[in-house]
Design a binder for this molecule. Structure first.
Ligand SMILES: [Zn+2]
Length: 331
């Protein structure tokens, strides 16, 4: 695949449809195991979400990978979504960087994980050659790899569309003149990129008839973690998502597992950034007023099962414990 700097790619899979309405969140530990079993037994779409992982297996990356493999087998997953910061500390140097092998191909070796990885870029990826991760050379090295700047994935079998967003260009502090950590390597200006990206996001979401709409980006919108909220996304992206019926926004960036649902927004905000280094000592139980439903300052990942009638997400730790469940349903 060529560099798709500002392209809006659509990937269409399967066929089917449905229509929707109400949402019924089920959060907390109590009825998790039974609700999980019931909800996911015959789910037509199953996938895992992991973020902030590429550290050559260190910081428990390998343990997270092992548990992903186990849960992936149980659910017979269709794919994996990566919420970015794919390679630490500074992304890849180029499409031939050996870290792609040592942090990805040689880590996620379990059979169930031998499926497509739909990835977005994180800020650490932009500290290196971000365009290297979009290069078709990586997919030739490992056929599971799929990464683009901003793209769309449609799964008609369960009437869901995913909108993957490159959130990095929007974060002003990275692109200040005195910040030498980030390199803008694209052939158009950042301003032009952002204009195109937001316009295409808006047009694509408006055109989407999907019953379920899920947005994925690296940076947080709502978060009580170390990085906290990303104001540029709250100002420029969240209004587009809210105006177009997006159900869930999934991100990484904060190295934790987190679920926020506030009364002032219809969206559920999920952070799955526990792919390796975590335990930053952030306890967040005092933030109930910010809509915090769950916060885990440790490693893990999310497992999602979907049908036209439900979205079911379990947060797993590295021991296979389900820490938190979110179940949304639509008629
Ligand atoms: Zn990050």
């Amino acid at each position: 695949m060529p560099y798709t700097y500002y392209g809006w790619i659509s990937i269409f899979m399967c066929v089917c449809a449905c229509v929707c309405v109400s949402s019924d969140p089920l959060c907390g530990r109590s009825a998790q195991k039974s609700s999980t079993a019931a909800a996911t037994a015959a789910a037509p779409l199953n996938f895992l979400v992991v973020g902030d992982w590429g550290r050559d297996g260190t910081f428990n990356q390998t343990l997270v990978a092992n548990e992903m493999g186990i849960v992936g087998t149980k659910l017979n997953i269709d794919y994996v979504i990566s919420t970015g910061d794919n390679f630490y500390e500074s992304g890849l140097t180029g499409p031939d960087d050996t870290q792609f092998t040592t942090s990805f191909s040689e880590i996620y070796t379990q059979e169930s994980l031998q499926t497509t990885w739909y990835s977005v870029l994180g800020n650490h990826d932009y500290r290196g050659n971000a365009t290297a991760q979009l290069d078709k050379e990586l997919t030739l090295r490992d056929s599971r790899w799929f990464c683009s700047s901003t793209y769309q994935l449609k799964r008609e079998l369960v009437d869901v569309e995913f909108f993957f967003i490159d959130t990095n260009p929007l974060v002003e502090s990275y692109w200040k003149e005195n910040n030498k950590d980030y390199k803008w390597l694209l052939p158009i200006s950042r301003e032009e990129y952002i204009t195109n990206e937001l316009k295409n996001l808006s047009i694509s979401l408006e055109a989407s008839q999907a019953k379920w709409k899920i947005a994925v980006g690296h940076h947080t919108m709502r978060s009580v973690g170390k990085h906290g909220e990303t104001l540029e996304l709250l100002d420029q992206v969240l209004p587009i998502l809210e105006a177009n019926g997006v159900d869930v926004y999934i991100n990484g960036h904060d190295h934790c597992l987190q679920h926020i649902k506030r009364s002032d927004s219809p969206l559920h905000f999920l952070t799955s950034g526990g792919g390796s280094k975590a335990w930053r000592g952030r306890g967040a139980n005092e933030h109930k007023d910010l809509g915090l439903q769950f916060y885990y300052d440790g490693q893990g990942f999310a497992a999602v099962s979907m049908a036209p009638s439900f979205f079911h997400m379990d947060f797993y730790d590295i021991s296979g414990n389900i820490l938190h469940t979110l179940h949304l349903s639509k008629n």
